[in-house]
Each structure stands twice: as structure tokens, then as C-alpha cells.
Design a protein around this ligand. Structure first.
Ligand code: NAD
Ligand code: UDP
Length: 314
């Protein structure tokens, strides 16, 4: 079995590539290194069956030889990244998704889209079920990411209906773990790095907004289960994959301080515009149809992440 992983040098893409290799797949990793790093694949870059290609997926994708599955993860993902690269983000979700789907169609390969909880925007339904259509501001700053992913889902659904491509859509909720970029600006990497450096932890707004944090190995297991499910019409529907335990940002800050033993103070910063107030996945569908649920406790996951950043900073 041979997979193409776009965004394979990123945080999630590198963990997925490594997991597929250990399951016996050959993996072609396509990445333009805009937010990813070669260091993420350094541990398995010379493993048999692994191939890294520097490629921008907004240009047509040609991969010779058989391909059984295309995992499309290429896109800036952290809010500061996509706000810095708004047009590139829209291009990755639109042209990039189209090119990845064209490859899957040509190769008669299974296609897995890495979508996001951000398709629900600032949700008015809680927890979010897959049937909820979302509350996205089409012109707000976050729309470059949210609408790109919504378009990517629409394109994926059209390729399934119109071309019969075997597609799957995973809506990923906030995931953390080793190989996040220390400066990518997401809350877990920010807090852990700030705590380890003895700098103030920057809590945006009053810190009462919530997220549901999933450890990376749980997320990857969910993606692998979804990709491995037998072809069926039921898979036309998207799957929420995330941890259903909702926590405030303030709780996360206090947890990171406790686990690092840091004496850093907590400092308030302005809440970014359109920052979702609450986010929590309803994972009933993934539990029932994929037999998946997260297993790693948040403190265990944070400890592994803290170890990673400790080594990285040293
Ligand atoms: P990341 O920034 O670490 O990885 C994204 C990768 O895509 C990077 O390696 C980057 O260089 C690459 N990339 C970006 N644009 C590209 C292009 N045009 N051509 C080729 N490569 C390109 O982010 P991540 O957290 O690993 O996210 C991976 C995917 O999962 C993204 O699609 C993201 O939207 C989705 N996702 C992640 C989370 C999360 O919590 N980590 C949540 C929801 C969705
Ligand atoms: N956040 C914060 N301090 C930071 C970075 C983020 O308080 O240094 C908040 C942010 O406002 C949001 C939550 O943490 O409410 C999650 O932010 P992140 O960028 O990790 O992901 P997303 O907003 O995409 O869920």
C-alpha cells in the first residue's frame, strides 16, 4: 500500500506519515515547507518506503506508480500562520484540494480530507454535531481558513458524487503534541514555551473561552480508522475527531504552570476578533461507526509535549 500525504512535514502530517510507515505503507510526503519543517521527518526520512518531495500543492500533483490513498493535510493551520498567509491559505484549501482530488481520481485512490472544527465557526450549537452547518463570518479575518476548508469539503463531496471518488472527511478539533512549532502561535505551544522560558503566559480575553484538546496519537488513530473503514455511502458524511472533554483556556494555563513547575505569571491580552467562545466535538458518530475514542489524558499528553519542548529549547 502506498500513500501520498500532503503537508507531511507539518505537525500532524509527520505523525501520520510515521504511523503509516510503521503500519507497512510506503509514503510520499509532499510539502512546500511554508509552516512545516524538515526536522519533523528527520527521524524517518531514510526509512524504506519514505520519500519527501518539496512541492506546493496549489500546482498540479504528479505521482507515478500506484497510489492507494491520498491524505490531504497541506494548509497553514495556526491562526497567526493563516492570518499572515491569507491568500496562500485560500489557495491551499481550493486549488490544493482540487489538485489532491485530481490525483486521487487519476490513481483510483481513497481520499481523506483534513478538515477542521473551524467549519463550525463560532458555533451556536453545543457540542457540535456533524450535521450542524456552522456560524462562519464569510468576511471576518478567520474566513480565509474557515471558508477555504468549507470549500474543500464542498469540492470533496462533489468529487464523490460526480466522479465516484472514495472520499472521507475528518473534522479535526484542537490537537497538540510533540513537533508543534514553538512559535506557531497556538495556545498549547505558546503556553508550554512561555512556561519553560519563565515568560508570562499570554491568556487572550478573560480565558473563559473553551477548547477541547486532543493528544496527537489519539487524533492519528482516528484518521487511520476512518481511512481504513470499508468503502460505503455512510462515509460521505464527515466525522468529528477530537477530545470531547471541554476546558477553559484559563484551566489550560494553570495546568501547564503546574506540570512545568514554572513560576511564570499569567498576563491578559486582547481577545482576537471572531475567536470562537466555545468548542467541543460530539463524537457519537466516530464512536459508533469507527469504534474510536480518545484515550490519552490531557496531563499525560501535556507532559509528553513539555518533554519535547524542553529538549527542543535545550
Ligand atoms: P502544520 O502547519 O504543522 O502543517 C501543515 C503543513 O502543510 C506544513 O508542513 C506546511 O508546510 C504544509 N503546507 C502548507 N501549504 C502548503 C502548500 N500549498 N503545499 C504544500 N504544503 C503546504 O499544521 P497541522 O496542525 O499539522 O495541520 C495539518 C492539517 O490539519 C491542516 O490541514 C489543518 O487545517 C488541519 N487541522 C489541524 C488542527 C490541529 O489542531 N492541529 C485542527 C484542525 C485542522
Ligand atoms: N489563546 C490564548 N493565548 C495564546 C494563544 C491562544 O489565550 O497565547 C487562545 C485563543 O484566543 C483561543 C484558544 O486559546 O481562544 C485556542 O487558540 P488556538 O490558536 O490554539 O486555536 P483556535 O483558536 O484555532 O482554536
Amino acid at each position: 500500500m502506498r500513500a501520498v500525504v500532503t503537508g507531511g512535514a507539518g505537525f500532524l502530517g509527520s505523525h501520520l506519515s510515521e504511523r503509516l510507515l510503521s503500519d507497512g505503507w510506503a509514503v510520499v510526503c509532499l510539502d512546500n515547507l511554508s509552516t512545516g519543517r524538515r526536522a519533523n521527518v528527520a527521524g524517518f526520512v531514510s526509512a524504506p518506503g519514505f520519500e519527501f518531495r518539496e512541492h506546493d500543492v496549489t500546482r498540479p500533483i504528479a505521482v507515478d506508480g500506484g497510489v492507494d490513498a491520498v491524505f490531504h493535510l497541506a494548509s497553514p493551520a495556526s491562526p497567526p500562520d493563516y492570518l499572515k498567509m491569507p491568500i496562500e491559505t485560500l489557495d491551499a484549501g481550493s486549488a490544493g484540494t482540487r489538485n489532491a482530488l485530481d490525483l486521487a481520481r487519476l490513481q483510483n485512490a481513497r481520499f481523506v480530507l483534513a478538515s477542521t472544527s473551524e467549519v463550525y465557526g463560532d458555533p451556536l450549537v453545543h457540542p457540535q454535531t456533524e450535521d450542524y452547518a456552522g456560524n462562519v463570518h464569510p468576511l471576518g479575518p478567520r474566513s480565509v481558513y474557515d471558508e477555504a476548508k468549507r470549500f474543500a469539503e464542498a469540492m470533496t463531496a462533489a468529487f464523490r458524487r460526480h466522479h465516484g471518488v472514495d472520499t472521507r472527511i475528518v473534522r479535526i478539533f484542537n490537537t497538540f503534541g510533540p513537533r508543534m512549532r514553538p512559535d506557531d502561535g497556538r495556545v498549547v505551544s505558546n503556553f508550554v514555551v512561555q512556561a519553560l522560558k519563565g515568560e508570562p503566559l499570554t491568556v487572550y480575553g478573560d480565558g473563559e473561552q473553551t477548547r477541547s484538546f486532543c493528544y496527537v496519537s489519539d487524533l492519528i488513530e482516528g484518521i487511520v480508522k476512518l481511512a481504513g473503514a470499508p468503502r460505503s455511502d455512510a462515509l460521505a458524511r464527515p466525522f468529528n475527531i477530537g477530545n470531547p472533554r471541554e476546558r477553559t483556556v484559563k484551566d489550560l494555563a494553570e495546568r501547564v504552570l503546574r506540570l512545568t513547575g514554572s513560576a511564570s505569571p499569567i498576563e491578559r491580552r486582547e481577545l482576537p476578533r471572531d475567536d470562537p467562545k466555545r468548542r467541543c466535538p460530539d463524537i457519537t458518530r466516530a464512536r459508533a461507526e469507527l469504534g474510536w475514542q480518545p484515550r490519552v489524558d490531557i496531563d499525560d499528553g501535556l507532559e509528553r509535549t513539555i518533554d519535547f519542548f524542553r529538549q527542543f529549547l535545550a
